[in-house]
Design a protein around this ligand. Structure first.
Ligand code: A2P
Length: 270
């Protein structure tokens, strides 16, 4: 066994000043993707859309990576959506976790994909590829998102259809949650596309913005800085290309200390 993940295996070696939480459930979607939920430390506060440093003890040393918290700020548990990289320093071990195992988390969450970093608007676009959907999994389940925006559009693009499943599960969970479904109503639109398989909706989100198909499919007008706001999470190439399109449409990039019309999360890319 490479990673001693059971608390009792390394209880004495948990680094000081970090949380050690218990895995509650693990769902594997594909050979590249899985979701897990774990206990939430008492007193751990975060804003929906932020990320935390998640880790495991591997051969006596903690290894951490930045992970968006996929659960909303009100949730009693914490959820994460992860890629599995065969030789990834953390994910080769993390993909093997089971309920009852222990996962480490550093104490301070942070991030730019927060509602506070956007100026008021009417329509909020969340552009994601792959596991970049994770911060939006948090935000689409947060009532505050729907207090601030009349319409919320989550776009998710993956290579293959099976990789879209987590996004569809989220929508289903919202619909079957009595309280949340009432708040969300018909404000949330989920626009899922794939790039390397047959599917009714195909293509990179950048191409679908550039050729206008995204807007005609959704029945909304083209991007307008007066009403539209954006959040982007994906690979570095996707961030760069999507940012260019939003800027071309007249939107400017914001940050926590300088709210504007769109924000980007750069924590996950090298
Ligand atoms: P494609 O299949 O055409 O490369 P990845 O797993 O490599 O991060 O890709 C996830 C999704 O993001 C894929 O559908 C991929 O499309 C798409 N993608 C990759 N690069 C870009 C980019 N520069 N702009 C928009 N989408 C991209």
């Amino acid at each position: 066994m490479n990673a001693p993940a059971k608390t009792e295996d390394f209880a004495e070696s948990i680094p000081a000043g970090v949380y050690a939480e218990k895995v509650l459930s693990v769902t594997h979607y594909t050979d590249r993707l899985f979701r897990f939920r774990m206990t939430r430390p008492e007193g751990f506060r975060f804003r929906s859309g932020e990320f935390a440093m998640i880790g495991l003890m591997v051969e006596g040393k903690p290894i951490y990576r930045a992970y968006s918290i996929a659960s909303p700020a009100w949730d009693e548990e914490l959820e994460f959506f992860s890629i599995k990289v065969p030789d990834g320093p953390l994910t080769q071990h993390l993909q093997k976790i089971q309920p009852g195992d222990t996962v480490l988390m550093r104490k301070k969450p942070t991030g730019t994909l927060v509602l506070d970093a956007l100026t008021p608007g009417k329509r909020l676009y969340m552009f994601s590829t792959g596991t970049g959907i994770a911060p939006f999994a948090s935000l689409i389940r947060d009532p505050e998102t729907y207090e601030k925006f009349e319409e919320v559009i989550l776009t998710h693009t993956c290579r293959e259809v099976a990789e879209l499943k987590y996004g569809f599960d989220l929508i289903e969970e919202i619909r079957s949650n009595e309280l949340l479904s009432e708040i969300v109503g018909d404000k949330l639109k989920h626009y899922a596309t794939v790039t390397r398989e047959d599917y009714p909706f195909q293509g990179r989100i950048t191409d679908l913005i550039a050729n206008g198909k995204l807007f005609s499919d959704l029945g909304v007008p083209a991007l307008d800085p007066a009403v539209d706001r954006g959040m982007i999470c994906g690979s570095s190439a996707m961030l760069k290309d999507t940012k260019e399109l939003l800027e071309k449409a007249g939107l400017t990039e914001g940050a926590n200390n300088k709210p504007a019309e769109f924000v980007i999360e750069r924590a996950f890319v090298g």
